[in-house]
Design a protein around this ligand. Structure first.
Ligand SMILES: Nc1ncnc2c1ncn2[C@@H]1O[C@H](COP(=O)(O)OP(=O)(O)O)[C@@H](O)[C@H]1O
Ligand SMILES: [Mg+2]
Length: 308
């Protein structure tokens, strides 16, 4: 099994998710490298709190898109939560303030800071950002190395949580609106447009023609437990995971230590196969390499397995 079935699709966004340390960034980078090498203009974005694209590509990767040296068609970007917030404020701040200031007498920062701490804003912005990149057509494919499992899913609740957050703000004029019996309130229009935006991004993510979510895990109790939890959560949101990568698999044990470790892994690999292998998901096993996955040469080795 491999990811090569994706070669024949025209998906625009591939998301990699899973708990920290299982190989999300490694698999994302390898996948991005693969498609860039096939001639698709590819952007890899990492929004992981502990981004490591710089290590993997052995160059400085930062918050603005940069070509990856030595690999044609590949661009990389690492974006921190702080940077996301900064851009969010720059993009939506004036609009929100304008709407809010027709209703209330509040300082700019006070309004924007309140709105900006709404739950899911980070993820919402990331998706909006990615959707913008998809729409502007500069890239054929975006590979998104997401923040560790769970966080990304919160965004699917966003429209509801966000609006609840705004409604909770006592100074956000809802009472005043009622007191003055105002019919048309610009702020409500703004909320409506936010709802529409949130819906657009979540619809995009839900549509398998655009987006594929690839789950990465390791053959250990915690890895299996978290994978199951994530799959359940996805299902709750009407999303399907079709690819599961089991990373760090010991394949040819030649000493007592590795035989013991493989014996530990096998039941977990079997559990995952029983649960998801019945045609529900493609399960891809990746070997544990003797070295860390740093530099293009190493990624090429992994690519051979991942896209066999
Ligand atoms: N198959 C593998 N064999 C050996 N080392 C690996 C493998 N996959 C990942 N690694 C190493 O494990 C560490 C964590 O991988 P990383 O991709 O950064 O995980 P995540 O992004 O999920 O936190 C890195 O040092 C990476 O080089
Ligand atoms: Mg990572």
């Amino acid at each position: 099994m491999s990811l090569s079935d994706l070669d024949h699709t025209s998906k625009r966004v591939l998301m990699f998710g899973g708990k920290g340390g299982v190989g999300k960034t490694t698999c994302s980078a390898t996948t991005a490298l693969h498609y860039a090498s096939m001639g698709r203009r590819t952007l890899i974005i990492s929004s992981d709190l502990t981004p490591s694209l710089s290590d993997i590509f052995e160059m400085e990767v930062g918050p603005t898109e940069k070509p990856v040296k030595g690999i044609e068609n590949l661009y990389a970007l690492e974006i921190s939560p702080d940077e996301v917030m900064k851009r969010w404020k720059a993009k939506f701040g004036p609009e929100i303030y304008e709407a809010a200031s027709t209703l209330i007498d509040m300082e700019y920062d006070e309004v924007i800071d309140y709105v900006a701490i709404a739950p899911g804003i980070q993820e919402e912005f990331m998706l909006d950002y990615i959707l913008e990149r998809v729409k502007d057509g500069r890239y054929d494919l975006i590979v998104w190395d997401t923040a560790p499992a769970g966080d990304t899913l919160r965004l699917l609740d966003l429209p509801y949580k966000f609006i609840a957050h705004l409604r909770m703000a006592p100074r956000f004029y809802f009472e005043i609106r009622d007191a003055f019996k105002l019919k048309k309130v610009p702020f409500l229009e703004l909320i409506e447009s936010w709802k529409a935006l949130a819906k657009e991004v979540t619809d995009f993510m839900r549509d398998p023609a655009n987006t594929e979510f690839i789950l990465v895990t390791i053959p250990e109790a915690l890895g299996v437990y978290q994978a199951k939890r994530l799959v359940r959560e996805f299902e709750r949101y009407g999303l399907t995971i079709r690819h599961l990568i089991i990373n760090n698999v010991i394949q040819n044990p030649d000493c007592e230590f590795h035989r013991a470790r493989r014996a530990m892994q096998i039941p977990y690999i079997n559990m995952l196969a029983d649960e998801y292998g019945d045609g529900r998901m493609k399960i891809i096993q990746l070997p544990l390499f003797a070295y860390e996955m740093k530099g293009v040469e190493r990624l090429r080795e992994l690519e051979k397995v991942l896209f066999r």
